[in-house]
Write a protein that binds this ligand. Structure first.
Ligand code: IDP
Ligand code: MG
Length: 153
């Protein structure tokens, strides 16, 4: 039940000074940040990460957007992290995202939707390995973990 998932705070989140506000959402929910760094995504890495989208008409714009400016890459850990993080993030088209989700509160766009999150457990394993070396991931105990893993869940 304890899982890890990958997040990328996209260039629009950095430009708009939203890094702290976004990271707080995951901390407030009880997730533990186990990896965090600023990186520059190359065109090659973009093509690998968005391999399911390279043939789409919007891919050129997506690649330019994701590679021109730095992003913040982050791994969070917690109960059912992959699914719960996707719920906190909201749907791809932020115009349809509910208030209370990150995309619902911070974006009104499909392409500039401030954040990426892995979409399945299998994808999360691949994406964490794509962006983080094992030595860049850290294990420590949150004092609140006691509340997060109740014995009846
Ligand atoms: P996700 O980010 O919610 O997982 P994906 O379908 O994996 O959504 O798409 C990856 C990213 O590609 C989106 O977050 C968005 O930035 C961009 N994107 C997806 N669909 C469209 C579109 O129809 N128009 C423009 N950009 C899109
Ligand atoms: Mg996706």
């Amino acid at each position: 039940m304890k899982e890890r998932t990958l997040l990328l705070l996209k260039p629009d989140a950095l430009h708009r000074g939203l890094i702290g506000a976004i990271i707080s959402r995951f901390e407030n929910k009880g997730f533990k940040v186990v990896g965090l760094k600023m990186i520059h995504i190359t065109k090659e890495l973009s093509k690998e990460h968005y391999s399911h989208l390279v043939s789409k008409p919007f891919y050129a714009d997506l690649e330019k957007f994701m590679t021109l400016e730095p992003v913040v890459a982050m791994v969070v850990e917690g109960k059912e992290a992959v699914d719960v993080v996707r719920l906190i993030v909201g749907p791809t088209n932020a115009s349809k995202a509910e208030g209370g989700t990150i995309r619902g509160d911070f974006s009104n766009s499909t392409s500039r939707n401030v954040i990426h999150a892995s979409d399945s457990k299998e994808t999360a394993v691949k994406e964490i390995a794509r962006f983080f070396k094992p030595t860049e991931l850290f294990d420590y105990k949150l004092s609140s973990e006691h509340y997060l893993y109740a014995s009846d869940e």
